[in-house]
Unconditional design. Structure first.
Ligand code: GLU
Length: 466
């Protein structure tokens, strides 16, 4: 039975790198009819916040990465960690270390002076005498000889000599367990079979494997995922780049498009670029992930998003726009509270048919829909360039010819435009540009005959101001 987990530390929002890790763990569990578990690693009490927990859960929910178990919270499992530490002290796989900070500092200085790598020399390992006034830490008895090795599903075989590893502190002098130890106990208790995580954790793995073995467990399989870099190969930064999952929602990206794009970072299925999450789950496997860092290409993400938008029916698209409007973080101008009411007033299907392939994100789509409801404010530049006295005269005449149109259908409107231009001897753009501005407030609109048709005679005449 496959059991995977995502184990975020709640010290900020859900990062897109974290989302990809979560996606891969989730997909692997789904593919194998396994169980995906969410575990909140909140033992860093200084940096963990409830706000971060909430925002991570919210982002997981938005992405649709559902978990069958959890969220578990490490802070609620303290007793269990302490119990395992006691058990290890009893069975001899851990020991009390009474060395003071000063003693350890001196030891390291001497090691450096000798040209040795500074590390704990295990002086309390076999001779752990209580010292008056000292509350000890607990250290793990790391094997002294041999190697610790595993076949990483992404990076291949990794071997570390035990001589490279310290006797790790597993409990601080105040009794609180340390990070690596909590991870081990959790992975063991939660019967995790596959650990998928960022490769910044690869150095923790040999220590965790040794502790797991000391506890009599078979370690899970590990897949360490490479980093996601910027397009220019640099590290992503919170200040410069959108790294929070929810920033992508705010940019008008569909969750299925973000998942699709994230899936393609370090994983691929031939040349397939656009696929559903169900298709991804079917294709995905942990052992065909590339080990080299991926580059995040924003343009590509928007392209993928546009493809997913095209694949949605109008009803689905409308449902997304309609939910988005309830998101108070989105700007009023696009999905403001009145957006739903506005949609209801429009021939929304016709509007969506016309504009949905013109936008690569939901904000742009909403903005296109919005000018059918109410034209945008014309910029002074556009006004000066296109709404000249001559243009206004043309528009008035055109309004008259529309007014007398007996039928209101696209064919009749197209014909009327053609006849008007030839009778008045004006070129199409001479009519089209000012007309677009009057009708929509922008010159960037779909074909204006279709706009006229959808708006209907009354609105068209009113907007022209005839
Ligand atoms: N809490 C760790 C992090 O947020 C993940 C640890 C793990 O997956 O083992 O980076």
């Amino acid at each position: 039975m496959v059991r995977t987990r995502f184990a975020p530390s709640p010290t900020g929002f859900l990062h897109i790198g974290g989302a990809r890790t979560a996606l891969f763990s989730w997909a692997y569990a789904k593919k194998n009819n396994g169980t995906f578990i969410l575990r909140v690693e909140d033992t860093d009490v200084e940096r963990s916040t409830q706000e971060s927990v909430d925002s991570i859960l919210h982002a997981m929910d938005w992405l649709g990465l559902d978990y069958a178990e959890g969220p578990y919270y490490q802070m609620q499992r303290m007793e269990r960690y302490k119990q395992v530490i006691q058990q290890m002290l009893v069975d001899g796989s851990a020991y009390y270390c009474y060395c003071s900070r000063e003693e350890l500092d001196t030891m390291r200085e001497e090691q450096r002076a000798r040209g040795d790598k500074p590390r704990y020399d295990r002086r309390c390992r076999d001779n752990s005498e209580p010292r008056a006034g000292v509350t000890p830490v607990v250290r793990f008895k790391n094997p002294i000889d041999g190697v610790v090795a595993w076949d990483d599903l992404v990076k291949g075989r990794i071997e570390i000599a035990n001589s490279e590893l310290d006797d790790l502190i597993i409990a601080r002098s105040d009794g609180t367990p340390t990070y690596n130890f909590c991870v081990v106990v959790d992975d063991l208790d939660m019967k995790i079979t596959h650990v998928t995580r960022g490769d910044d954790h690869v150095n923790n793995t040999p220590r965790q494997i040794n502790i797991l073995r000391a506890l009599g467990a078979t370690p899970p399989l590990y897949a360490h995922l490479p980093m996601i870099l910027r397009d220019d190969g640099q590290k992503m930064s919170k200040r410069r780049d959108p790294v929070s999952v929810m920033q992508y929602r705010d940019m008008g990206i569909l969750p299925e498009a973000l998942l699709n794009y994230l899936a393609r970072l370090c994983w691929g299925h031939g040349d397939d670029e656009v696929f559903s999450i169900e298709q991804f789950v079917e294709w995905f496997d942990l052992n065909n992930i590339s080990a080299s860092p991926a580059r995040f290409d924003m343009k590509k993400l928007f392209w993928v998003n546009a493809q997913h938008m095209k694949n949605l029916s109008n009803a689905q698209l409308l449902a997304v726009l309609d939910t988005a409007k309830w998101n108070p973080e989105l700007p009023e101008s696009t999905f403001g509270a009145a957006f739903g009411e506005r949609l209801a007033e429009l021939e929304i299907n016709a509007v969506l048919d016309l504009v949905k392939t013109r936008s690569d994100n939901l904000n742009a789509l909403a903005a296109e829909v919005a000018y059918f409801y109410q034209p945008r404010v014309v910029s002074p530049e556009d006004s000066a360039k296109h709404l000249t006295e001559e243009a206004k005269l043309i528009l008035n005449k055109f309004a008259n010819s529309l007014e007398s149109l007996p039928e209101w259908n696209l064919e009749a409107i197209k014909l009327a435009i053609k006849e008007f231009c030839s009778a008045q001897n004006v070129k199409m753009p001479q009519l089209g540009m000012p007309l677009r501005l009057k009708l929509c407030g922008t010159t960037q609109t779909p074909s204006f005959d279709a706009v006229i048709h959808i708006l209907g005679k009354n609105k068209v005449l009113a907007r022209i101001g005839a």
